[in-house]
Ligand binder design. Structure first.
Ligand code: SF4
Length: 224
């Protein structure tokens, strides 16, 4: 089992730029590969190294003090068997295990949820991603994730439609009404986007959703 390898794009220490843990220093383990292709994807997965769990743990330790480790991607749950072993070891080391996921692979989440502390899951709004909708998958995913701390994040662009926010609200209210819902502008400097963000945030507030509008801090700071 210890010889199992995963495709890892990079391991680095930085500041969490997205969601309710924004500003927290973390070590990031970026898994290679994703199960979808969002139109706005800004993750440059140009290459990878195949690493055992122990090699990844050595890399994490070499980066010095850090209380929490973000498993990110790509989509980490594409390599769920490996995520399970790595997460169990990280927890044994006393680390907070933070999973960044597109919120689609709910069966894989069931395999690893016992070893995860915080789930940062996306709702892939079809009007933002230009993909099919994943509402059923997101609903089932949140149902599993609610066993742990969880928040939902959605990228908002010029083309994002009100109906997608209404569907997101319906899922959150049905599964876990107190889930924080982060609206993340695709490009915070885009003309008229701030008006749309306020408009969509108001819809959430009227439905008593814990909505927060947040830009990607790492891009503003110019860090990874
Ligand atoms: S889920 Fe994330 S990594 Fe995958 S294509 Fe979409 S934005 Fe990129």
């Amino acid at each position: 089992m210890n010889s199992m390898k995963a495709k890892i794009s990079e391991i680095f220490k930085s500041i969490q730029g997205e969601g309710v843990y924004q500003g927290v220093e973390q070590v990031f383990v970026r898994f290679y590969g994703c199960n979808v292709h969002c139109s706005f994807c800004d993750t440059k997965l140009t290459g990878y190294s195949e690493k055992t769990v122990n090699e990844v743990l050595d890399d994490i330790v070499s980066l010095g003090e850090c209380g929490s480790v973000s498993l990110t991607g790509g989509e980490p749950l594409v390599q769920a068997d490996y995520v399970k072993i790595l997460s169990a070891k990280l927890k044994a080391m006393g680390k907070i295990v933070y999973l960044e996921t597109n919120g689609i692979m709910y069966e894989s989440l069931k395999e690893v949820i016992d070893y995860i502390d915080v789930v940062s899951m996306d709702f892939k709004l079809p009007s933002s991603t230009k993909l099919i909708n994943f509402w059923q998958e997101h609903e089932r995913f949140l149902e599993v994730a609610k066993a742990k701390e969880v928040f939902v994040k959605a990228v908002i662009g010029k083309g994002t439609e009100r109906e997608d926010i209404i569907e997101s609200i319906r899922i959150i209210k049905r599964i876990k009404p107190d889930t924080p819902f982060v609206l993340q502008p695709q490009n915070p400097f885009e003309e008229l986007l701030s008006e749309k963000l306020v408009f969509l945030s108001d819809i959430c507030l009227r439905e008593h959703i814990d909505v927060r509008t947040m830009c990607q801090l790492h891009k503003i700071l110019g860090v990874k």
